[in-house]
Design a protein around this ligand. Structure first.
Ligand code: SF4
Length: 518
């Protein structure tokens, strides 16, 4: 039931750098749609995208002029060569800057990250913040600013922006939310950096707690007792009780993308994100932090409602490509989704994460292709059965090649994400994964190999001895590939450094094979 009273309190929601610029992240559109239904008029800004465009260097050649590039991207008539040329130039700039950031910050401890954020040392976005963002915040004069910290790569800039807002106007309530700050809140709660610049943290799903925090600001009441909120009191952070499924997913409105410069994002086809579930239906992998985060709670939005979301966004923005952001979509849900799309006559393409389930039969994959499935992204992790069993992936190696081959036959692209250096994994076991990637190189579309990361709160972290880990260095979390994890030693298998080298070796060898040199 919509509320018709517009609450006058100004609410600003920001998405800090550094994150993906291919399409908007889903947090702000979901939260702003929910707040609007509750009678608020939030103002959203994708600071990540704005900061990126601030970084694009002006060029004397004209081709690299940022305004010309933006015009080419936005020109609806230029969907062909001109737009694609501009998109490639911008994507190259983004990847260079992202890799530079990764190299600068890799191996930094969490404490270093927070300090770097607070101090803004040599920050390339500093002039954008001080000359554009902060003056705009002061003019807008919000009572509440929310910062969405979805990825570890946003920690430095999230804290930098929070510290600049605090300095510019200490009366503004600053709140952080998102999966990464939810995971790290206990680790950062004792750092003065957090206490100095953040008033509250929203844990897990933001809609209801955000409305309750904003109401409390409006009414001048305490945050005590509001589920899923941690807040500052007497120089400490207090955690209120957490509800793992605070709201029925079927009751949520379609995300609202109206405040976003949608044509300036860099996906090849204009793409918007959606989500159909919260939590993971499998929920058993021993290395997985999401499993611990949601404590097994799983919710699914009806396929018919997801198709309504697609239809609405297609009408409002002309978007016909969607990325489902679920941790993993089950074969049963995808079957319903494809049938609903076919029944509705909607012509859309979509992609999502999935597991190598036996249920992905050739028949189902052909149905998914007819229902708009363009790409499936699989957490392959390893092609060795012992390692898959230790991970508790619930996958048989023989299913992997079958499904990759049948996706190819059905016309569905696949991306395979692999992990190397799982505790006790040997060199020869890692090479089995490489062999699979080489043998099937004509069947899948892309791959990535990441070193294993021992993240806090996982089953491996709680029982390291069961996984052959002899020592964990817990002094502080360290960024590995921009994820925070602990250094560790194992009783057998590859060490961390060797695994990192093995990951690079596999990547190089598979790429060489794809170019035909092996
Ligand atoms: S399938 Fe993915 S999200 Fe689900 S438990 Fe495993 S790693 Fe976690």
């Amino acid at each position: 039931m919509p509320h018709f009273r517009i609450h006058l309190m100004r609410v600003v929601l920001l998405y800090p750098p550094i994150s993906n610029v291919r399409y908007p992240y889903l947090s702000l559109p979901s939260l702003s749609a929910f707040l609007a239904r509750e009678g608020y008029e939030p103002v959203v800004r994708d600071v990540n995208l704005e900061a990126f465009y601030h970084l694009v260097p002006p060029s004397e050649s004209g081709e690299m002029d940022p305004h010309a590039l933006q015009e080419a991207l936005m020109d609806q008539g230029a969907r062909g060569k001109r737009r694609e040329r501009a998109r490639r130039i911008l994507m190259k700039t983004y990847l260079t800057y992202y890799k530079g950031f990764e190299a600068e910050t890799s191996r930094a401890s969490l404490g270093d990250t927070l300090r770097a954020g607070m101090e803004g040392r040599g920050d390339r976005f500093e002039s954008y913040y001080t000359e554009h963002l902060i003056p705009w915040i002061l003019r807008t004069d919000p009572a509440f600013v929310g910062l969405s910290i979805a990825y570890p790569t946003q920690m430095i800039h999230g804290f930098r922006i929070a510290s600049l807002i605090r300095r510019a106007n200490p009366r503004i309530h600053i709140c952080m939310g998102g999966p990464t700050i939810t995971k790290l809140v206990d680790d950062v709660a004792h750092h003065d950096e957090l206490l100095n610049v953040v008033d509250s943290v929203i844990l897990l799903h933001g809609e209801l707690p955000l409305v309750r925090v904003v109401e409390a600001m409006r009414d001048g009441s305490s945050l005590e007792g509001i589920p899923n909120v941690a807040f500052k009191r007497e120089g400490r952070f207090f955690r209120n009780p957490v509800s793992f499924s605070p709201i029925d997913m079927n009751s949520l409105p379609t995300p609202d993308f109206k405040g976003f410069p949608l044509r300036l994002y860099l996906s090849k086809d204009f793409t918007l994100p959606l989500i159909s579930s919260r939590g993971c239906y499998w929920n058993r992998c021993t290395f997985c932090t999401y499993r611990e985060l949601y404590k097994g709670a799983f919710q699914q939005r009806d396929a018919a409602l997801v198709v309504e979301d697609m239809a609405k966004l297609h009408r409002e923005h002309g978007c016909s490509h969607f990325r489902l952001m679920d941790d993993a979509c089950s074969p049963a849900f995808l079957r319903s989704l494809a049938r609903e799309i076919i029944r509705s006559g909607l012509r859309v393409a979509w992609s999502c994460f999935a597991r190598f389930e036996r249920g992905f039969t050739g028949d189902l994959l052909r149905l998914l292709a007819r229902g708009g499935c363009k790409r499936l992204m699989f957490g392959l992790e390893s092609h060795n059965q012992r390692i898959l069993d230790l991970m508790r992936k619930g996958v048989r190696v023989e299913e992997i090649g079958r499904i990759v081959g049948q996706c190819h036959e059905a016309g569905i692209e696949t991306r395979l994400m692999c992990m190397v250096g799982f505790p006790t994994e040997t060199r020869s076991e890692a090479l089995e994964t490489m062999r699979f990637l080489i043998d099937y190189r004509d069947k899948y579309t892309s791959f990535a190999v990441q070193p294993f990361n021992l993240e806090g709160g996982t089953e491996i972290d709680r029982h390291p001895d069961r996984f052959g880990i002899s020592k964990v260095y817990r002094e502080d979390r360290v960024s590995h590939g921009l994820r925070y994890g602990y250094r560790f030693e194992t009783r057998s298998g590859m060490g961390m450094e060797e695994a990192a080298r093995m990951g690079e070796y596999i990547t190089r060898k598979v790429r060489e094979a794809a170019r035909g040199s092996v």
